[in-house]
Design a protein around this ligand. Structure first.
Ligand code: 5GP
Ligand code: ZN
Length: 146
């Protein structure tokens, strides 16, 4: 099990720090966020250390993701919330503060205090086409090449 001695989520996964865990197995650790955006806000993380999603092997992510449906069901039923976000931040500019991959499960109810501003707008067709080509080209590269 790859762990980072300085990582707070590795310490929680190892049982070295207390946490309100609802699930802990070989694939995932799920715990209540210490500063919840809504009641029942869960964090779901791999037990082994990966700083960001792009460094995580696909099979480890698949095993973690397989736990999400039942965790979502449990949170919705336990809180009575009718809706839920799954949010996963990578890098400081995206709001990541703990460098150990984690998914936020945030229950939503109509009129709650949670707010996301995507600030979306239209894009020129040429810009979309150029980005499509660049990203598609990256997908052709062997793993680990950047
Ligand atoms: P991020 O901003 O990296 O996507 O999310 C990190 C989350 O971890 C935050 O929502 C924060 O409240 C939560 N968090 C940070 N330290 C702890 C801790 O020691 N215990 C728990 N349960 N949550 C934590
Ligand atoms: Zn870690």
């Amino acid at each position: 099990m790859a762990r980072d001695a300085d990582c707070i989520f590795c310490k929680i996964a190892a049982g070295a720090l207390p946490a309100a865990k609802v699930l802990h197995n070989d694939h995932a650790v799920a715990l209540l966020d210490i500063a919840p955006a809504a009641p029942g806000h869960l964090l779901v993380l791999p037990p082994d250390h990966y700083a960001t999603l792009d460094t995580m092997p696909g099979d480890r992510l698949a095993a973690l993701a397989a736990e999400l449906p039942r965790l979502v069901r449990a949170v919705l039923r336990a809180t009575g919330a009718p809706a839920l976000h799954v949010i996963q931040n990578n890098g400081r500019a995206a709001g990541q503060t703990v460098d150990h991959v984690h998914f936020h499960l945030v229950p939503r109810t109509a009129g709650d205090r949670f707010h996301i501003d995507w600030n979306r707008g239209p894009s020129a067709a040429a810009a979309l086409a150029e980005l499509r080509d660049r990203i598609a080209a990256e997908l052709e590269l062997p793993t680990g090449v950047s």
